[in-house]
Write a protein that binds this ligand. Structure first.
Ligand code: ATP
Length: 266
């Protein structure tokens, strides 16, 4: 299914991703973890061709995606929808229009210019919003929604493309723990119900353990762990994050906890 072979990206003297090799033979939910700067975003960006690789190759279902150009490259970018930490919605546009944006690459420039959407697409957009539990917000401007709701709109926009793979780059990094859980539940559901492959960059260990079938650990551009959530022990995590014996898992946790009330000023 997805074969990544020696994929490398250099920025000048800095090697952001160093000969990454990953074999995924069936659609699953893959989590990529690692400290800030480990190369997680760069790896995803090479897969959806926002960034060109310096070396190596990636294949999806037999097609060398790192070699695609022109229309074939655009088709692939539509086949692997990307979700970002900052949602990347058009804030002043309503929710439905944001979701319909997911069809832009298969519509004519003229239709896009005049916001002419086929009725079937509008119905589909509403159906997807319903599925994600946010249809009641359809007429609102995106900027009026909470972060968690906005991220679900971004997921709806991705689904509108009917992608073969979803790449999520730190989709919960800007969310509070409650909304983080809703968004991760949504991504997991999409995987379970649609059988779509989901590759998700995550900051936090507990999220990777809880939601992913397979976890890949990156450190300084290299893949230093590739295994099941059960194999991701505290010792392994310490290697991935490059921390010493004082490494504490809670430092990378998004678990929902009761917060102690703030002290009342005297
Ligand atoms: N466009 C760029 N130009 C130069 N260097 C870059 C560029 N993008 C990323 N880098 C560098 O590549 C390395 C990997 O960055 P990347 O953003 O992929 O890491 P990350 O694991 O996703 O980090 P974070 O969790 O902070 O997003 C870093 O050293 C970063 O400074």
């Amino acid at each position: 299914m997805l074969h990544i072979d020696g994929l490398t990206k250099r920025f000048g003297a800095n090697t952001a991703v160093d000969a990454a090799t990953i074999e995924v033979d069936r659609a699953m939910m893959v989590g990529i973890i690692g400290a800030s700067g480990a190369g997680k975003s760069t790896l995803l960006r090479m897969l959806n061709r926002l960034t060109d690789a310096t070396g190596g190759a990636a294949h999806f279902d037999g097609t060398e995606i790192t070699a695609l150009e022109g229309a074939a490259k655009r088709r692939w970018q539509s086949d692997c929808a990307m979700i970002f930490q900052q949602f990347n919605l058009v804030p002043r546009m309503d929710v439905v229009a944001n979701v319909l944006h997911g069809t832009l690459n298969r519509r004519s420039t003229l239709a896009t210019l005049f916001s002419l959407y086929p009725e079937a697409d509008i119905h589909r957009a509403i159906d997807i919003l319903e599925r994600l539990g946010i249809a009641e917000h359809a007429p609102k401007r995106a900027e009026a929604l909470s972060g968690g709701q906005q991220q679900r709109v971004a997921i709806a926009r991705a689904l509108m493309q009917d992608p073969r793979m979803i790449l999520a780059d730190e989709p919960i990094a800007s969310l509070d723990p409650m909304n983080a859980q809703i968004v991760m539940d949504t991504l997991r559901r999409i995987h379970d119900e649609d059988g779509r492959m989901v590759v998700c960059n995550l900051h936090t260990l507990d999220t990777a353990r809880r939601y992913c079938d397979r976890v890949i650990g990156m450190r300084q551009g290299r893949i230093v762990f590739d295994g099941t959530p059960e194999q991701l022990t505290t010792g392994v995590a310490r290697d991935i994050y490059g921390a010493d014996a004082s490494f504490s898992e809670s430092a990378t946790s998004t678990e929902i906890r009761e917060h102690a009330p703030a002290p009342v000023p005297a």
